[in-house]
Write a protein of this length. Structure first.
Ligand SMILES: [Fe+2]
Ligand SMILES: [Fe+2]
Length: 361
């Protein structure tokens, strides 16, 4: 058989039997990509500070990505890259656009820190979420007297895997801003919009103000919420009502004091940032202990639950997932723990089962 496999190999062919041993490992679903991991606030702050001396603001954007320690993942998850960026007073991160969908969640903001998106100035105050959908021109400006820090979350590993990367510099460090609000795409695509023109595309510049999101969490804080996520709110797209971006959906969730959510798993992967409080997320056998300012990753198809360790203070998490990609493909799946169905699946044919047990270390 090995000789025949070699023969096929030379012809650029492969027999189905070569896959069977791998397929038989998948009766409990996909093998997760990457591992659960946490980057502490202290680690990130130190790297940001050192980046300010190591990287000149004139030549490069000061951004790092949280790279999953597992070798099979080229990002934070197999589809999402989360990172942090810092700009010093007076600096500009130069204008460009790309096929990558991106968003910014502000860590250290100010009304004078802003992102220009397709000619609109979107202020970046603490906790604000700014979306820069694929092909929107964007540049970042720090006109404040203090440093500006935000999380960048992008679908770059997915676009890279699909070989869909397009990138275009604007040609100058900044794009001109529309002075007349009538020219703003966001005003022409809002709930009250011009009736004399066709609906604008769904790639609109948009800012979700943290003051609105935090107030909404407070409004719902006594609602039953989700068994698995507590009081969790979705950043719905302002025009479509669908996911925040075509490939990424964002959430803010409040875990009441002392809450320990039930375990579940889903085919989507997720990246998290801790906005308030302290607790833990248990992923598989790992316990990721977190507090405000920490970032962590929950890989796809791993059992997980969240714990708020405090008896009197709520915890608030911001998260982004690749669920819209899986939903578009009809592949989104979620299971509560204990799972139903898995244990009662059909048995593996005896010869394959023997091979599987022989291959186990
Ligand atoms: Fe960009
Ligand atoms: Fe989850």
């Amino acid at each position: 058989m090995a000789e025949f496999d070699k023969k096929l190999d030379l012809l650029h062919l492969r027999g189905q039997w070569q896959y069977d041993a791998q397929l038989i490992q998948l009766t409990d679903g996909p093998i997760p990509a990457g591992i659960p991991f946490l980057w502490s606030r202290e680690l990130a702050q130190r790297a940001l500070a050192e980046m300010c001396t190591a990287v000149s603001g004139d030549t490069a954007r000061r951004n790092f990505t949280f790279i999953n320690p597992a070798p099979d993942v080229n990002g934070t998850t197999q589809t999402i890259a989360m990172g942090m960026q810092i700009t010093l007073p007076g600096e500009i991160a130069w204008a460009h656009r790309h096929s990558i969908n991106a968003l910014r969640f502000v860590v250290d903001g100010s009304p004078a820190l802003y992102t220009a998106v397709d000619g609109e100035r979107l202020p970046m105050e603490d906790g604000d979420l700014i979306i820069t959908p694929a092909y929107t021109w964007h540049d970042h400006h720090n006109e404040s007297a203090k440093r500006g820090v935000w999380l960048d979350i992008l679908d770059v590993p997915l676009m890279g895997y699909l070989r869909q990367l397009f990138f275009e510099p604007f040609g100058g460090s900044t794009q001109p801003l529309h002075q007349d609000a009538a020219n703003h795409i966001s005003s022409r695509a809002s709930h009250i919009r011009p009736a004399w023109e066709a609906q604008q595309c769904d790639r609109i510049p948009f800012r979700y103000a943290w003051s609105d999101v935090r107030a909404a969490l407070a409004t719902h804080q006594h609602s039953p919420g989700s068994r698995f996520d507590g009081v969790i709110l979705r950043y719905a797209h302002p025009v479509t009502g669908g996911p925040t971006l075509p490939t990424i959906d964002c959430f803010a969730q409040l875990l009441r004091p002392g809450l320990h959510t039930e375990r579940h798993r889903h085919t989507s992967s997720a990246v998290y940032y801790v906005v308030e409080g302290e607790g833990a997320t248990v992923v598989g056998d790992e316990e990721l202990e977190w507090s405000a300012g920490d970032s962590f990753v929950v890989p796809n198809w791993m059992w997980h639950s969240h714990v708020n360790r405090s008896g009197d203070t709520p915890a608030v998490l911001f998260s982004a997932t690749d669920a819209p990609v899986l939903e578009a493909l009809g592949m989104y799946r979620e299971e509560p723990h204990p799972s139903f169905g898995i244990a009662s699946g059909p048995t593996v044919p005896a010869d394959l089962a023997r091979r599987r047990s022989a291959e186990r270390p």
